[in-house]
Design a protein around this ligand. Structure first.
Ligand code: K7E
Ligand code: CUA
Ligand code: CA
Length: 647
């Protein structure tokens, strides 16, 4: 960072802060580099939690609805949040902002027993010795499955940027049931399910999930071409929503960032900030324009069917050629590179199905691309692809992501301005077409501070309802009690039901969730009790419980029913290889039991009618009181089984 400039910015008298930033940062962006940088330091008053930040700038003055619920009241919306570094998936109730659940996906979790039970290890992936293949992840984006343009409550997906994995969460039980590692790519970042099939009108629901990979590497990345940057490439991937297998990939020029899909199923797109193919940030921002890269899904799948693909390394996934050179003829092109200003970030589909909106990041603009025109280009009816751009308007500094209210307005986060800008899309189109009287900026709201993702209730569906908006602020600075050097992030709630945005609540979140979606609670019908028959290993009756020995291979079958395990004791020998299977036979909602074995590093829960198993080597003689870790009954503490291990 440029320290001198930073300090100058801090020394500036406050009233002109925004003006100063606007001019300085614009100058910086227009010039050679980022003189007013992209970090947080140049905004706001510096790092001192000065006098408890004189009433927030945007103290809710206007009339707004109360987000707080009375005891016993339920939220009206679900929020599905990504966990960030923690690798999990979080469930919030809105408008209260209460966190209801964390679903472990890529991360071990001692409550659930995720990463400990055999079933979860099978989902997460293991090495030959049975230990987890990966123990770290970085989740950014979560999106749910669609039917008829709305969420259908079947699945959500979430990405792991570090190890290029996609996880699926079943929304009936709120558990992760599959994880797929994408071949040939690094830095898998953007993710979006399709909303219907491009060809078959009967398939009006999600069957594909698209994945954009951010980092380019040699292909295959096996030690070849290490120093030949011009040979590095990245791929856009399609994963089957049901099987979770990778269906196909597209070799592209430039990189992928975030992903959007059209409501008609025909198009997917990814924003590209590194069309330069640079390895250093200076190189990645050398071009004035980058691209929003469109994929013609039907044509790509036809090309795969026709055998027009390659494979790389040990991967069997068909890879079609989506590079510019191979796709110059619109009539046969699989891809279309629409140019957008310098290093765009988010791309979001408007709920009317008409537009994709790209946020400029290094450019203070929002770009509106009309999808019908992109399709015209593919049909040979539009002479120049960039004519699909129907607006490219200034909205503020550091635009990152956009949400919608279903009333024609877009809400874009401005990272550098620490604001949300509300702008009217049709007015922006008019302005771009030459009507300089068209007022497209409707409102601005200060947020705290440096916002990234933003989303509104139902915003990513055709049923955007314009009620609540949440914004994920990257820096909380003085908004919460300090807890040492690591600050919570601020998830702020905004009432968008009126003309003016009204900030109504701050919530601290553990860094860093990035993205989330918000939708009506009626769209989910979670189940509270499992079906015993979903588990092939289920111990269906306490009479089936006991120790079953085959040499040193031992199966211990256990049932739980408050307040007792069956058997109450079991006998093992050092050297045994034990698989312990437990079924919770309680059928009552909310009656979960846990099972922990001291000194053996084992703990997991079994929800009503659920079965789990763990496999471990018996290596310590003695008495080990296996106990219930989940408060279940007045005799919860007495709920134990004695593991007796002979030397
Ligand atoms: Cu903008 Cu990973 Cu969606 Cu973070 S990305 S904010
Ligand atoms: Cu069973 Cu506590
Ligand atoms: Ca660039």
């Amino acid at each position: 960072m440029d320290e001198a400039k930073m300090n100058t910015a801090e020394a500036m008298p406050d009233p002109s802060r925004r003006k100063f930033l606007n001019t300085a940062a614009l100058a910086g962006l227009a010039g050679a580099g980022l003189s007013v940088g992209l970090s947080a330091c140049n905004n706001e008053s510096g790092s001192k939690p000065a006098a408890p930040a004189a009433a927030p700038a945007a103290a809710p003055a206007a009339a707004h609805r109360e987000p707080h619920l009375k005891p016993g009241e339920l939220d009206t919306y679900y929020g599905l949040w990504s966990g960030g570094h923690t690798g999990d998936f979080r469930v919030l109730g809105l408008p209260s902002g209460r966190e209801l659940h964390r679903v472990p996906c890529f991360n071990a979790d001692p409550l659930i027993g995720w990463g400990i039970t055999n079933e979860s290890k099978a989902v997460m992936g293991t090495k030959a010795d049975g230990s987890l293949k990966y123990t770290v992840a970085d989740t950014h984006h979560t999106h749910a499955s669609y039917k008829d343009g709305n969420y259908d409550g079947r699945y959500a997906w979430i990405n792991d940027k570090i190890n290029s994995r996609i996880a699926r969460i079943r929304l009936d039980y709120f558990i992760c049931d599959k994880i797929t590692e994408l071949p040939n790519v690094q830095g898998f970042h953007g993710i979006f399910p399709d909303k219907r099939d491009p060809v078959d009108p009967a398939i009006n629901y999600t069957t594909r999930v698209f994945c954009g990979a951010e980092f380019h590497t040699p292909l295959p990345n096996d030690g070849r071409d290490l120093d030949s940057l011009d040979k590095y490439r990245t791929l856009f991937s399609c994963v089957d929503a049901e099987s979770m297998e990778v269906r196909w990939q597209v070799l592209i020029d430039g990189n992928c960032d975030l992903v959007a899909t059209s409501f008609d199923g025909k198009l997917a797109a990814t924003n590209q900030y590194n069309t330069e193919g640079g390895a250093r940030y200076e190189d990645m921002m050398s071009a004035e324009r980058d691209a929003c890269l469109f994929f013609n899904i039907a044509r790509i799948e036809q090309a795969v069917k026709d055998g027009k693909f390659k494979t790389y390394g040990s991967s069997k996934v068909p890879v079609v050629d989506g590079t510019k050179a191979a796709n110059a003829d619109p009539k046969t092109a699989l891809t279309a590179y629409v140019t957008v200003p310098k290093n765009p970030h988010g791309v979001n589909a408007s709920p009317d199905g008409k537009y994709f909106i790209c946020a400029g990041k290094l450019s203070p603009t929002g770009t509106v691309i009309e999808l019908a025109k992109v399709l015209d280009w593919f049909d040979g009816k539009l002479d120049e692809l960039d004519k699909a751009i129907v607006a490219e308007v200034e909205i503020g500094l550091g635009p990152l992501h956009t949400a919608f209210d279903g009333r024609g307005n877009a809400y874009t986060t401005l990272f550098l301005d620490s604001q949300i800008v509300k702008w009217n899309v049709e007015a922006a189109i008019k302005f771009h077409a030459g009507d300089k009287n068209a007022q497209y900026v409707v409102d601005r709201l200060d947020v705290h501070y440096q916002p990234g993702h933003i989303n509104a209730s139902q915003s990513e569906t055709m049923f955007a309802d314009g009620q609540w908006l949440a914004v994920g602020c990257k820096f909380s600075k003085d908004r919460f009690l300090p807890v040492g050097p690591l600050h919570a992030e601020t998830e702020q709630l905004v009432d968008i039901s009126g003309e003016k945005m009204v900030l109504v609540a701050d919530h601290p979140v553990r860094p860093e969730p990035h993205d989330f979606i918000i939708f009506k609670r009626e769209l989910l019908q979670p189940k509270q009790v499992y079906d015993l028959n979903e588990f092939p290993l289920a111990v269906k009756d306490p009479k089936e419980a006991g120790v079953f020995r085959d040499g040193n291979k031992v199966t211990v079958k256990i049932t739980s029913m408050a307040p007792a395990f069956e058997p109450r004791e079991f006998r093992l020998k050092v050297g045994d290889e034990v698989t312990l299977i437990m079924t919770n036979l309680d059928k009552i909602e909310d009656l979960t039991h846990g099972f922990a074995i001291p000194k053996y590093n084992i703990n997991f829960i079994c929800n009503p009618q659920e079965t789990k198993s763990v496999t471990f080597k018996v290596d310590k003689p003695g008495i080990f009181w296996c106990y219930c870790t989940h408060f279940c009954h007045a005799l919860h503490l007495e709920m134990r089984s004695r593991m007796i291990v002979e030397a």
